[in-house]
Design a protein around this ligand. Structure first.
Ligand SMILES: *Cc1c(COP(=O)(O)O)cnc(C)c1O
Length: 480
């Protein structure tokens, strides 16, 4: 399997890359996002042959074509097995029917940090460590988080000798549970940085590190946010998992995805390209509704971000959306690069009427405001006895608004454990969901965090200094 950038051809014609290269790089050097040159195909008979497999074996079969010869089969099976052994649910991602409504919750939050990001990051951390160890290399992750990505990434790479992680978050603007899930990890390779600024400031700082190619090469910078294709790959698996349980390949299935950066729902789109019979997707947003507005009008316009009960969806630009746009621009990297540059300067991007019609056949979208989110948490508890988190609640509402065919089962991706957002859940239901036992002492553990001004030179100096202080043996370089 070979990978290309969504902006390929915009800066000369680089050679296509293999899985390990794109996993280590995260973001392409031309500023684009990697994806496979062609999707692996699963015939109806092949999909039928996957029925009844345990999650780990299904994951192995779905992902094997993507990794090529990066891992031998036994190693890849072992890495997947170890990643999902860290989940508390024996079948990793339980699928729960909501009464006989035809709605189903796919619970993706049973990993160590209680959000769906663990599904991909627990595996990515192990794959990175394996590759770096084999190559005797070290990599440095620099990331920005508004909440869930930070803790999931830290948990995935803590204590690894091959990796250092610098995680930037906006001081005072993440929830206490989210902050503590990062700052109470006392591993020597974990560096938590509270920035005096907003999430956008953090993201700009991280991006500036990657745009300084000398700095990027000096530290072998790696991105593990959702633009890393390896995360998309791991997320494809649970679309197959849920659809197979609901009758695929003979019956089609619909999915609703509470969305922010469009990484989760894009993995579903990939599953569809691979042959899984998905009737349509419903994209759920909170009041930060740039995606919903796009699917309504074909035009994407940036606005200010407002804080909501579902902070992991409080974003202005959905970075993974570029992968869908790549198809809408007929896979022409040069035109897409021009459109993205224009979007950055004008704040608006439009697709043509034909492209919009095509995309609307597959995607519906809807938004839910703050009172609607709380009402949905209460409604789901009253009708079905299930307590859902505010992100899942957004999905729960829009799924019901966009059932195209009542005979087709609708799967709502449950992206976070309700205990991760106890204030909103308590406000909605009067019940404060307790933290699962393994996180029970989170509020009492000691915290470790450095402060930083919103200043790129200070950040680079901090990373240089920390990395120079590390043992020389861990300082070998890799160009990413
Ligand atoms: C990250 C996150 C989302 C948004 O997922 P995207 O892949 O960015 O669209 C939704 N819900 C929760 C709980 C998350 O952590």
């Amino acid at each position: 399997m070979r990978y290309i950038s969504t902006r390929h051809g915009s800066q000369g014609q680089p050679a296509p890359l293999g899985f390990e290269d794109i996993m280590l790089a995260g973001l392409a050097r031309d500023g684009g996002l990697y994806l496979p040159a062609e999707w692996p195909q699963f015939s109806k008979a092949e999909i039928a042959g996957l029925k009844g497999l345990p999650y780990v074996e299904l994951a192995f079969r779905i992902m094997r074509p993507f990794v090529g010869d990066a891992f031998d089969e036994a190693t890849f099976r072992r890495l997947i097995g170890e990643a999902y052994a860290s989940f508390e649910a024996p079948d990793v991602a339980p699928l729960k029917p909501l009464g006989d409504s035809g709605l189903h919750l796919l619970e993706l939050f049973h990993g160590p940090t209680l959000a769906f990001k663990d599904v991909a990051l627990q595996l990515l951390g192990r794959m990175l460590d394996h590759t770096l160890t084999r190559r005797s290399q070290h990599a440095t992750i620099v990331g920005a988080t508004s909440g869930d990505t930070g803790s999931a990434a830290i948990e995935a790479v803590r204590d690894r000798k091959t990796i250092d992680i610098f995680m930037l978050f906006p001081k005072g603007r993440v929830s206490e549970v989210q902050r503590r899930q990062m700052t109470t990890v006392s591993a020597p390779n974990v560096h938590n940085i509270a920035v005096q600024g907003t999430f956008d400031d953090c993201q700009d700082l991280a991006k500036a590190c990657f745009n300084d190619l000398a700095f990027r090469d000096r530290h072998a910078l790696t991105a593990v946010n959702s633009i890393n294709f390896a995360r998309v790959m791991a997320q494809i698996v649970y679309y197959f998992w849920a659809a197979l349980k609901l009758g695929a390949p003979e019956r089609p299935v619909a999915f609703t995805v509470p969305s922010g950066n469009f990484g989760n729902v894009y993995a579903g789109y990939a599953a569809k390209q691979m042959g899984l019979p998905i009737s349509h997707f419903v994209v759920g947003t909170n009041s930060n509704d740039i995606l919903a507005r796009f699917f309504e009008s074909g035009s994407m316009t940036m606005t200010e971000v407002v804080p909501t009960f579902s902070p992991s969806m409080d974003i202005q630009i959905s970075s993974n959306f570029e992968r869908l746009l790549f198809d809408l621009y007929d896979r022409n990297g040069k035109t897409l690069a021009d459109a993205m540059a224009a979007f950055r300067s004008t704040g608006t991007l439009k697709v043509g009427a034909n492209a919009l019609t095509g995309v609307r056949e597959l995607f519906d979208a809807g938004r839910v405001d703050e009172p609607g989110t709380l009402a949905a948490i209460a409604d789901c508890r009253r009708r079905f006895g299930e307590i859902i988190d505010p992100h899942t609640a957004v999905g729960y509402v829009v799924a019901q608004q966009h059932r195209r065919d009542p005979a087709i089962p609708m799967v709502v991706l449950a992206t976070a454990h309700p205990a991760k957002f106890p204030d909103a859940v308590e406000k909605a239901t009067g019940v404060r969901p307790p933290l699962p036992a393994r996180l029970g002492d989170l509020m009492d553990r000691a915290e470790r965090v450095d402060g930083l001004r919103n200043d790129i030179d200070e950040l680079k100096a901090m990373i240089d200094e920390r990395r120079m202080a590390a043992a020389p043996a861990t300082r070998s370089k890799v160009r990413t």
